[in-house]
Design a protein around this ligand. Structure first.
Ligand code: IVH
Length: 669
């Protein structure tokens, strides 16, 4: 279907919003709702439109950058060499095209390539100096990632010190994963504890690495497969295939299997062989990576904005099965969004039983021409949420029914609305019981206020019994009321009450996120807490002030402003205040300690405690911590082997303290 420029512009805006949303779910919340393939398809659609209508291309389009933003709760690490992503393909033809292009760019040369498994985990970068593990980081935005050293240190198979003849410096790249067995066990434990299951091992690994408490990461059976070097000093390597042996000698776990090839036929053969054996690997794989072996050739080939021209990832097709679509049900989300859900004849796909699949929205159903009663094609990649990807229109009998989004909310009967420029349809009745259940579940969820034990089943009963009419009622629950619920023993009741009590002290950003304000995700919640330092300041701020905050912007700023103009929401806030929830950011609670109050610090180099721990000490005394040195920096705390930040501090004449001097200052405060 050819679009005119105006239609294309609309579709481009919509695609960008969807992609950013999925990006945030994937990278920051580690809870994606669509399969990788669907995500890649969205990205491709967008990229095609941008090519077709170059006017619509913008430098900040998701086609131009990699993944998520680093999380702010962690210290930040700037990669020595950027961490790029790979071009993906699902077709053997494109693998052929890739090799033909190499032949064109490197005429009359042999071009050996390595084929290795694409591990479905989380990209990590570790820096070893003179053989000692200095730090570990996530990819982040490709340039700056989160400091996850503490969590990586808990992984037994990752050496803290390299073996043998160690290079002077090695920035080694790999994929952290949770092994398949450990994943199944972890999910079983989570179900027992009333926590939501992880959708797949990759999300579980991401969730584990993003734990601020390394003790939790330590309980997870994590591993790393190393597959590349960002930068390396003190060893000459002329090709990638030599890296495997080097990694082994150093004690770094590498790929289970790899192949060398120098023709399309051999490449395809290796891809097929890998597909035969990969199921026996301890970790999940979703494809093959094909990389030019010789570094001299890589240099000639170079990079595009996002990825190297010398490598490509071939992704194996997710498993697909056909089944009957019995009905399309409507689920009402916490912000009132009505989501159509496929009710399927149960089938086994991707190793698990599937009876439901998300259909996203009405436009999606129309685009795929899905009708009730159709035989549909369901896909499930790894452990990801299943999706309906196609329809067997050739099997139609004529009895299939077209789907229409209801005009009224199926839960409360109120009229639904479609916001200007949005795909989603919403129920705007804030009293709608379905929304209320979802809002409470969201508030109590691990990513928000983390009230263990307040899961779907309990919430549903409490809403039904009218014991919960809003989030605030959670803090009025009594043992007497809870004792009457189904499946609640004395122990569960007291555990739940304790969990509720504990949640009162959660950080401000969690409370903001927990309120479930339309469009306000984790990033925006953190940004609001950091900027305003207390909830009342947010409530009173003007819409312009909100919109000026990076990570907030126009739409989100308006939404926050609207939320706090609703009398019902303000009543809720007062209820939460009376219950004693924390309305202020950590910083505000800090005592103004001499030597620290109103100072700005930059922490660099190796110190006896992690940067996060030291930052806490400074914050608790009324200071601020920043990632980069500027004229506004009051002090640079420089540990051993501090690098560019120390240099910058010297240049700008910023005061530099070593750890001993810092400890003295601490003691004096
Ligand atoms: S090489 C510049 N090799 O896939 C190329 N990546 O889509 C750097 N991945 O960011 C990547 N297994 O997180 C490479 N054997 C492998 C891999 C692999 C998994 C991940 C990695 C990368 C992403 C690219």
């Amino acid at each position: 279907m050819a679009l005119n420029e105006k239609e294309a512009a609309k579709r481009v805006t919509q695609l960008r919003r969807e992609i950013e949303e999925h990006n945030q779910r994937y990278h920051e919340e580690a809870l994606p709702t669509i399969s990788d393939r669907e995500f890649d398809q969205l990205l491709r659609d967008l990229s095609d439109l941008e090519k077709q209508f170059p006017n619509l291309a913008t430098p900040d389009s998701p086609t131009q950058h990699v993944g998520g933003k680093p999380l702010k709760a962690f210290g930040q690490i700037t990669h020595r060499a950027p961490m790029l992503s790979l071009d993906n393909t699902y077709s053997e033809e494109e693998v052929t095209d890739f090799y033909r292009r190499l032949e064109r760019l490197l005429p009359n040369q042999k071009i050996p390539v390595v084929i290795e498994p694409k591990v479905d985990g989380v990209a990590v970068s570790l820096l070893y100096e003179k053989g000692a593990l200095r730090y570990a980081a996530t990819r982040g935005d490709g340039t700056v990632g989160d400091d996850i050293t503490q969590n990586i240190r808990t992984i037994q198979s990752v050496p803290k010190r390299l073996k043998g003849d160690v290079p002077k410096l090695l920035e080694v790249r790999g994929e952290a994963y949770l092994d398949k067995r450990g994943f199944a066990k972890l999910n079983a434990e989570r179900t027992k504890a009333g926590l939501p299951e992880f959708a797949n091992p990759r999300n579980a690994a991401a969730g584990s690495l993003k734990q601020l408490d390394p003790a939790i990461a330590a309980q997870r059976p994590l591993g790393v497969v190393f597959y590349g070097a960002g930068s390396i000093e003190g060893v000459e390597l002329e090709k990638h295939s030599k890296l495997f042996a080097l990694l082994k000698k150093l004690g770094l776990p590498g790929s289970e299997r790899w192949w060398l090839a120098d023709s399309v036929e051999e490449i395809l053969r290796a891809i097929h062989e890998l597909d035969q054996v990969r199921r026996d690997f301890p970790y999940q794989t979703d494809g093959a990576v094909i990389k030019v072996d010789e570094f001299a050739q890589r240099e000639i080939l170079g990079f595009t904005a996002k990825s190297p021209r010398w490598a490509i990832a071939f992704k194996y097709a997710a498993e697909r099965v056909e089944t009957r679509l019995h009905d399309i049900l409507i689920q009402v989300g916490r912000t009132g969004t009505l989501t159509p859900v496929a009710a399927l004849e149960p089938v086994i796909v991707g190793g698990s039983r599937v009876a439901r699949a998300t259909l996203h929205n009405e436009e999606e159903i129309e685009r795929k021409d899905i009708r009730i009663g159709d035989m549909v094609v369901v896909e499930k990649a790894g452990e990801v949420i299943p999706a309906v990807v196609g329809v067997r229109t050739d099997l139609r009998t004529g009895k299939e029914k077209k789907f229409r989004m209801p005009k009224h909310c199926p839960e409360c009967g109120s009229e639904v609305v479609k916001d200007e420029g949005q795909v989603a349809v919403r129920c705007v009745n804030s009293q709608c019981p379905a929304q209320l259940r979802r809002r409470i579940e969201h508030f109590a969820s691990r990513g928000a206020m983390d009230i263990e034990g307040l899961g779907e089943a309990i919430v549903s009963q409490l809403v039904e019994l009218k014991l919960l009419r809003d989030i605030g009622d959670i803090y009025g629950l009594t043992a007497a009321a809870l004792n009457d619920l189904e499946r609640m023993g004395e122990k569960s009741v007291s555990n739940l009450l304790e969990a509720i009590e504990r949640s009162k002290a959660r950080l401000l950003w969690r409370l903001i996120f927990g309120l479930g304000i339309l469009h306000v995700g984790v990033s925006a919640s953190r940004a609001l807490a950091d900027h305003f330092l207390n909830l009342d300041a947010i409530i009173q701020s003007s819409v312009e002030e909100l919109q000026r905050i990076p990570d907030v912007g126009e739409v989100v700023g308006q939404s926050i402003h609207d939320f706090f103009r609703e009398p019902g929401n303000l009543e809720l806030i007062e209820k939460l205040r009376r219950a004693g929830l924390r309305f202020e950011s950590e910083e505000k609670k800090a005592v103004a300690a001499p030597g620290f109050n109103a100072t700005t610090w930059v922490i660099t180099g190796t110190l006896s405690q992690s940067r996060d721990e030291i930052a806490e000490l400074i914050l608790a005394r009324g200071g601020k911590v920043s990632g980069s040195v500027s004229k506004k920096t009051s002090f640079v705390l420089a540990g051993e082997e501090a690098g560019s930040k120390l240099e910058k501090a010297k240049q700008l004449g910023v005061r530099i303290l070593n750890e001993t001097e810092f400890r003295k200052l601490l003691a004096a405060s």
